[in-house]
Design a protein around this ligand. Sequence first.
Ligand SMILES: Cc1ncc(COP(=O)(O)O)c(C=O)c1O
Length: 360
Amino acid sequence: MTQPRSHIASMAAYALARTEVPDGKPLVSLSQNESLRGPSPKAVDAASKAASAAALYPDPDWSGLRQALAAHHRIDAGAILCGNGSLDLIGCLARVYASPARAVLAPAHAYPFFKTASQMADARFDTAPERDARVDVNALLSAVRPDTGLVFVANPGNPTGTRIPKADLIALREGLRGDILLVIDEAYGEFADHLHERCFDMVADGNTVILRTFSKAYGLAGFRVGWGYFPAAIAAELRKVMNPNNLSGAAQAAAIAAIADQAYMAETCRLTAKHRDRAVDLLQGAGFKTLPSFTNFILIDLHTSKAVQSVDAALRAEGIVLRPQGGAGLPQMLRMTVGPEKAMRAAIDILTAWKKEAQF
Ligand SMILES: Cc1ncc(COP(=O)(O)O)c(C=O)c1O
């Protein structure tokens, strides 16, 4: 029988959230950090209009989308590349810049796809300890080895929810060798934009990339639109490994309309923060420990992996799925996406009842 390449044979596929629930129970997912509400109606309208052009290949240069992003963020349209979700861009970056001779480094509780992308490139994946689920720049710099070629950090982090001040990112960049690519993944950036300084200017050094997505605050996870801000030389290499028609016309049209409707996105962020902070109050009131979050999810510290399994089972029995975090090296933590109010209330009621009965 034909054999796959050995590094592919030995790796596991990326584990998405498990969504099995008992027969007859409607699935309520608070597991994938999707938006608590649908996209802007203007994005839906633009996508449905674009669907009539589906016989044609989409714009391979994402021209309208790049212009819209550049105008909104006051950045250079020519330095933007779009991906089929930011997952696509993370995979392409690893394909170009990681290899058996160029290892990848990330914080201990980083977004697990960074590891998967490294494995796909047959690169060693190193981690550096975090402090209280916060990225520790000094620990990352101490973990750099002679063959380190690529460093991934997410800001804010997933699943930690914590954020890295820009001054720390600058210190990280300044402490890294010039031949190491630094990728700053800002998938949750819109939820924290009011709190921290923009980092797009860091790309000017030629060795730093910023990634963003429409999957979170813009509520377009199903359309798969990610994008990044790249030094020209890196963008040119990435183009070689990208699917040349990676984003459907409907997805591009939806994203352009979503950017134009900033009021809708800002309201999504406002509602998310309101429901998140209310949920944190309720959870803490019920005796749960939560981590500070600058995102659309809450990380609940249940102290043991057995407690996570127990509460996960109690929630699943009612059709509610949260996300245990063993995959990110936090087996004692359960992550709850800030979803629709009714779903959040149902989940918190079960968690509270569990806490009263639990032996943990
Ligand atoms: C930190 C981080 N980066 C990237 C992604 C992938 O996002 P996309 O839907 O754009 O592929 C996620 C999704 O949860 C994420 O949490």
